[in-house]
Design a protein around this ligand. Sequence first.
Ligand code: ADP
Ligand code: MG
Length: 344
Amino acid sequence: MTDAASATMAEWGEFGFIAALRERLPQAYGDLKLGVGDDAAWWCPTVGQGILTTTDMLVEGVHFDLSYTSAAALGYKSLAVNLSDLAAMGGRPACVYLSLALPARLEKVWLETFIEAFLASAKEYDVQLAGGDTVQAQQLVLSVTLCGLALAPPLQRRGAAVGDDIYLSGTCGDSYLGLKLLQGTLPAGLVSPEAAAFLKNRHLRPVPRVALGEILAASGSVSAMLDVSDGVVGDLNHLLTAAGGLGAELEAARLPLSFAARGFLEANLTDYVALLTGGEDYELLFTAAPGQRDIITAIADRATVSLTRIGRITPTAGIFLLAEGKSEALNARGGYDHFQHQGC
Ligand code: ADP
Ligand code: MG
């Protein structure tokens, strides 16, 4: 797909792009009988308990800022956020659809780089690009729809019960700090260059917990699960609402923080509340009855990402953070609502 670097979409055109895309794609394989090139894709899943679908839109100026988001990072992340949603149900990803609204002035090389990263990530997760749409618009908008298989009954947001333990995969708050560093609103000089690079990478290249989600669904030990895109507090709130209005207690001392995040915390440049309400961790947040602890520990031992018990479900609505003998209400600091924010 290489050509003069200065060419734009206006010159390349919709069909030029689709033809170049088709050249790059392998023949459809496995359950996908027909992919890009016809009026519809043909996918015949032969195993599992049905199909899971998820879709996400990314709008320039709302979800990403091209001044610090490269085409490669966006290509990777636009698939990663959908993989994370599927992981949150315990699904196994299979086919993806990519719809693009592109400004005519967009450079061809930008789209080539984007597609390269998107396809590399799809290959890594054994996901086939099965179709999509390409149109012109004033603003860059990316819409990704991912389909996958439910090999076990999907884990839902509803199902948590009073007394259940609350677990979080990986660490929280890194993406939020990474975004602040990218935006230049946190002084990078206070952490090592490696720590700053780690945090930025956590924002630009979140790792969807696909294998972990599938294992958790297969275990039958999890009562409710979702992925953390709106921040731990915001998403935990969704889980508690789905449980019929329960509450939660989180223990500050148990929160899994990266070495880099701890550096900012110790320098008083951030606090637990910010780390728990900042978005885009793309970790899995789930609940399980205390009787399942040994099973969860065994899963954690096998997983490539840590699992930490961070609190428990309580009978009365509200999320509280227990720190040094005090209890702080976190409710007022809810998750990200697109109609209450102006975007990135
Ligand atoms: P139609 O006019 O029938 O909608 P299109 O010309 O839009 O067909 O698309 C032709 C083929 O290219 C279809 O298989 C469609 O799924 C695929 N396609 C178009 N845009 C994209 C894209 N951005 N990513 C992946 N596949 C695409
Ligand atoms: Mg079309």
